[in-house]
Design a protein. Sequence first.
Length: 359
Amino acid sequence: MAPEERIASLMDGLHSILEEAVESPSHWQVLLDASANLWRYSGGNVALLMMQMAQRGTDEPTLVAGYKEWERHGRTVLRGEHALWVIAPRTARVQQMLLPDGTHQRIPLGNKLPKGAVDEGKKTLITGWRGQAVFDVSQTEGTPLLVPKPGPASSADAPQLWEPLTQVARAHGFSIHVTEAQFGLTSGFTDFSQRQVQVGGWLNAEERVAVLAHELGHVLLHGPDDKVGRLYGSSVDHRGLAEVEAESVAYTVLKAHGIDRGPQSASYLSGWADAVIEAEQSAGARGSSPKQPASRVDIAKSVLGRVTATSKDILEVTDPPGLGGKVPVDVSPRAQGQDPYVGPQPPRGPSRGLEISGP
């Protein structure tokens, strides 16, 4: 298959997945579950990996890498296995410069700057997209890998997330206030004017963590300057699809830590399809700009990308058990005579190890 044809095929598959997600909230929740496991991947690539594994009639992907990367970790792709495909950017390095007339321009790296131009440094640009072949760990054999996976967390484990989540808030210039005051009928509220997040003091420790994770979704996604987010609800009162986005972030982050908020998140996530359709109608009425999603599939793709990118930003701080779907860059500890665990640190908290020694 030609590269252009492969990209077109992958995009068609992603379009179908998102159409299904709009039709059914359960499909949206399945995407979030997979994103919690493969949180280092983009939402679109998570969906594509799920689709291709399902077509093979095999389990969902758990740990994915390219052929040579598996070799670096002492594992080889099984004979007869076919690659999974993800979408990766084509990039180019360019030289940025300021011309004497005050305009900015980019030229290919290595070209000589025009007379009088000021060097503004180098930049990597995305010039297009390509298909990248990868394989799930279940398609390989070789050096055993002990992959930590989050197990069911108890209510006693949830409070451990409070401090890492507050670190995320502080990094974005927000303070956290646990208060008995209630804004409307909500358990939490984000005040952009005061740069504060309020969390209900009457909640138990687990609920406080869940509410804080939800409000962080608003902090990272729904500020007054977020033009795309305005399609999804007011940046002040967080209505419409903005609420689904925030709860999807909370659901994904907590799920990655082994905390299943399915029943508690149901009321938010069940309104997913209606919220997408409402946002589509709103975009049509306002005359959405070319950079803003207009069709319901475009909106679903936008939301998936925003949710998974935001979840990744949070999870890089909270550091859940597991590897997020990607093998670390360092070589396998077993190859160095160490314990058969691949990762920057040993598994922590309520997790279990899955030792993979063969196909």
